[in-house]
Design a protein around this ligand. Structure first.
Ligand SMILES: NC(=O)c1ccc[n+]([C@@H]2O[C@H](COP(=O)([O-])OP(=O)(O)OC[C@H]3O[C@@H](n4cnc5c(N)ncnc54)[C@H](O)[C@@H]3O)[C@@H](O)[C@H]2O)c1
Length: 458
């Protein structure tokens, strides 16, 4: 435990106090020594009131909108304070712009638009994570307050685990490498595909009714992801785009996006240590784009030499998987009942979150396996899922407080040793497993994509 921060140190404003916010505050206190009276949360509902009282922070019903956010933040925050955007559909772009103008530090766990920002009517490309990320990166200026973007578990922590995984694979293969040259290392290891491969088995063992959606983290947040286009960072070894896929306009073809099948979702073949060969949903995530870009190698003339294909292959918890089946049967209509599974109802399970580095002779999975039981022991108000997210946030916060003038910063640019030193105690078992698993004769995307199924049976 680090010594408590000094009284003149910042005030922390959390926008959103749902599953992630409630799990985070105990870690801000426990891992960083932040005094709870320095933390305020604003939310669009007061469902977290009992937790706010128990952890000793003030929670206010204060929904932010495009029209009110600037005046509210003006009145509450001073230079040097820290704003954490942990809400669904509160614009990262607008909050970052405000923070950069007012010298306030900022962190979010994903780049979000205001409500309506994911509706396809405005143009599909404008709803992609690629596009949302480009808007934020365009605000970058030198010598500005630090704004850490997209830093929870995934996106976020997973990019630090990816660096560790590459180092470990090199060591296991007896390959020498220059520390810090991650892209060249991935190229030398011939890593063609990186799946962020996550399997959540936490369950309350209660059946899902039609029109109900339950999950271990935000239901509206997950439904937004499922409603966005699929996306992948697009590897230099790929030869054919998936059906209907496009590259974003106006840039080198570093990623692709395409629509899920009308009444279903795109499935991919995946591998995780506990079950091996398995099927997962391909869900769009910021790290698919940022990690692929970070691991790109170009020659002196700027010609592309190497990039892995990167995407998120997700096996959500059993209640969420059943909820998805109902949602697909109801043609993706918004579920009438949506909620995060109350922590007291969760009975067992774990979150297995890692990178699967697919190379010529097999694959290497490296990540965190955290059981519900271990999460409960490590910190109050957390499931295994939220604790992995909160661990990523406090790791990045520790780095941010030491580097307050770094401007807009992505996970890949942050010192992984510092983040992991803070996060590792909360991640359960962290390690790697080699496998000969390979879904096809080579690492092209077409061998990973699973046969289309109209929709699973609820
Ligand atoms: N990077 C990661 O690893 C990761 C993992 C899980 C969740 N997330 C993201 O974290 C965020 C929070 O997730 P969660 O599971 O806590 O969600 P949640 O649905 O449990 O809670 C959302 C919170 O946002 C508040 N909110 C909604 N609209 C608001 C508004 N206009 N103004 C102020 N507050 C508002 C709600 O009142 C609630 O407190 C989401 O954006 C989610 O996608 C990231």
């Amino acid at each position: 435990m680090i010594a408590p921060l000094k009284p003149e140190l910042p005030h922390f404003l959390l926008i959103g106090f749902g599953a992630v916010g409630q799990g985070l505050v105990p870690l801000m206190v426990q891992a960083l020594g932040i005094v709870p009276t320095r933390i305020t949360a604003w939310a669009a509902d007061l469902q977290g009131e009992a937790v706010a009282q128990s952890v000793g922070i003030s929670l206010r019903l204060q929904p932010l909108t495009p029209d009110n956010h600037a005046a509210l933040l003006d009145a509450h925050l001073r230079p040097g304070d820290v704003l954490l955007n942990l809400a669904v559909e509160v614009s990262s772009l607008d909050l970052i712009a405000w923070c950069q103008r007012h010298d306030v530090l900022y962190l979010d766990t994903g780049i979000e638009p205001w409500p309506g920002g994911y509706q396809h009517g405005q143009g599909l490309e404008q709803t992609t994570n690629h596009w949302l990320r480009e808007q934020v990166l365009a605000l970058r200026q030198a010598d500005r307050a630090t704004a850490v973007i997209a830093h929870g578990a995934n996106p976020g922590l997973i990019s630090h685990l990816a660096k560790r995984a590459l180092e470990q694979l090199a060591q296991d293969q007896g390959l020498s490498f220059t520390p810090g040259r991650w892209a060249e290392l991935a190229q030398s290891l011939d890593v063609q595909v990186i799946q962020v491969a996550e399997r959540d088995t936490q369950t309350d063992h209660r059946p899902i009714a039609p029109g109900e959606f339950r999950n271990t983290w935000s239901v509206p947040g997950f439904i937004s992801e499922l409603s966005q286009a699929c996306e992948a960072g697009w590897g230099s070894h790929e030869t054919a785009l998936p059906s209907g896929a496009k590259h974003p306009s106006g840039k080198s073809p570093d990623s692709i996006y395409w629509l899920h099948p009308e009444h279903s979702l795109t499935q991919v073949k995946s591998w995780v240590p506990t079950v091996g060969d398995s099927l997962a949903w391909l869900v769009t995530h910021n790290e698919s784009i940022s990690l692929a870009e970070f691991l790109t190698v170009r020659d002196a003339q700027g010609q592309l030499q190497y990039r892995p294909t990167v995407y998120f292959a997700y096996q959500p918890c059993p209640p969420a998987a059943q909820s998805i089946a109902h949602w697909l049967h109801q043609h993706k209509q918004a579920p009438a009942v949506q909620h995060v599974i109350p922590l007291v109802h969760l009975q067992e399970g774990q979150d297995e979150l890692g990178v699967l580095l697919c190379h010529r002779t097999g694959a290497y999975w490296y990540g965190s396996t955290l059981t519900l039981q271990a999460a409960r022991h490590l910190a109050p108000h957390n499931s295994a899922t939220t604790l992995q997210v909160a661990a990523g946030i406090v790791g990045a916060l520790a780095w941010m407080l030491d580097h307050p003038r770094a401007g807009i910063t992505e996970a890949e640019a942050i010192d992984s040793d510092q983040v992991l030193a803070v996060a590792l105690p909360y991640l359960g078992h962290v390690g790697g497993t080699h496998t000969h698993w390979h879904p096809g004769p080579d690492g092209r995307f077409q061998h990973f994509i699973a046969p289309f199924i109209a929709s699973p049976t609820p």
